[in-house]
Design a protein around this ligand. Sequence first.
Ligand code: PHE
Length: 494
Amino acid sequence: MTSEQSRYWSSRTAFVMAAVGSAVGLGNLWRFPYIAYNNGGGAFLIPWLVALFTAGIPLMRLEFALGTRFRAGAPKAFQSLNPKYAWVGWGTLLVGLVIVFYYAVVMAWSVLFMGHSITVSWRENAAGFFNGRILGLTKSIGDLGGIQWATLGALVFVWAIIFLIIFKGPKVVGKVVAWTVPLPALLIVVFIIRGVTLPGALSGLKFYLKPDFSKLLDIGVWRAAYGQIFFSLSLAFGIMIAYAKYQPPERTEVNRNAWITSVTNCSISFIAGFAVFTVIGYLATSTGQAIEGMKIGGPGLTFVTYPTAIQLMPVAPLFGVLFFIMLLTLGIDSAFSLVEAVICGIQDYVKTSKEKLTFWICLLGLVGGIIFCTGAGLHWLDLVDHFANETLLVFFGLMECIFAGWLFGFRKVRGFANEYSKVKIGLWWDVCIAVLTPAALIIVLGDTLWNSIRNPYGDYPAWALWLGGWGLMILVVIISVLLGFLVREKKSVE
Ligand code: PHE
């Protein structure tokens, strides 16, 4: 086997597992159920499925097709379409970097909670435990309040694991995802069985699935649906392009793989909702609160609501440890897929050892995460997460449609996808990539920008909104354009 061949996934299944591993992450367990709840409960499933079929699956096919065709990471794949397009690829990688800075910190919290599960240390008050003991949360974003050393220590641990896994390349990644994909899926089933047998479970499920169709007229609901599909399917991060690079083109099935990856991911989100809401129903019943009045969502759901519920369960330490192992295994393959994508993008241009590059990127990830390990960490995380997902990610998704779909030509890209597939896609894909997806993304992005100007996000001061929000976003776009312009290679891939 040549060294290039040895970097291929060992089989088509291994590739699909890795793609599913990247897609299925923390976003499925807490983000989906809470977004669904906030946006009409059962009625949210409609825009969400529309987003899956008009944007998720078509873009997944586009990314798989580019990676397979050009056997390159995102920047070089876009450069192969046209040298002027490389910046789009760099942009997707930079958004990913920004996101992994804090994503790894959320994983670090899971590590800490796993340790504390043994003694159920949050017994007195989970909210106080998370905000006080874990975060050392300060009142405002400007008051950093010093570094939380335990979190930083856990972050070093998380990055060390990511480093070790990537160090060996796709073969090892294949083996890791063979565990980290089925294990959390199995644990979710365990939690559903546990959940439905708890008193009050049914009220939680009613709450999760109760449709409120009036919400469908609200553009915010559609915005949430598209945002969730992008984040959850790991689209516009350059990840799926990089992963597809390592497929032997003659043995792959671009169209079918994209379909399987997307549908598996979304099914897991939907099912995870049952695990989460049965427990919320139980929590409401056992504490005598109305579900409507409980504050759920975001980090609160995972690190406050769930630990509270765990402590009320029999054999609490066991369920606690299992729950946080589930979170970690969910997150780890998403996190290293991002780092893989960055490494793959750089290696197309710079001849350097993968080991060195992995080390430096993991170190960068660790350093980039320090701000989120301070007392103001949660405030910064909330701010950066909002801007990175709602503006940058959608922006680069739109750029992928415009540059690959409109400017290079959707028919040609469809040709790439079909070349590597027995199941051919037709006109519907063109309609999605050329019309439906960009139209939806333009509306979503326009609505987000309009909203952010009218009501600045959160109650953060303007300087923080500029630093962690607008400023960071503009910086990412500028750096991508610069990289696209400066990092050139005369020879094209094919
Ligand atoms: N798809 C991941 C999730 O649902 C989010 C993610 C995307 C994380 C890309 C890292 C990289 O959690």
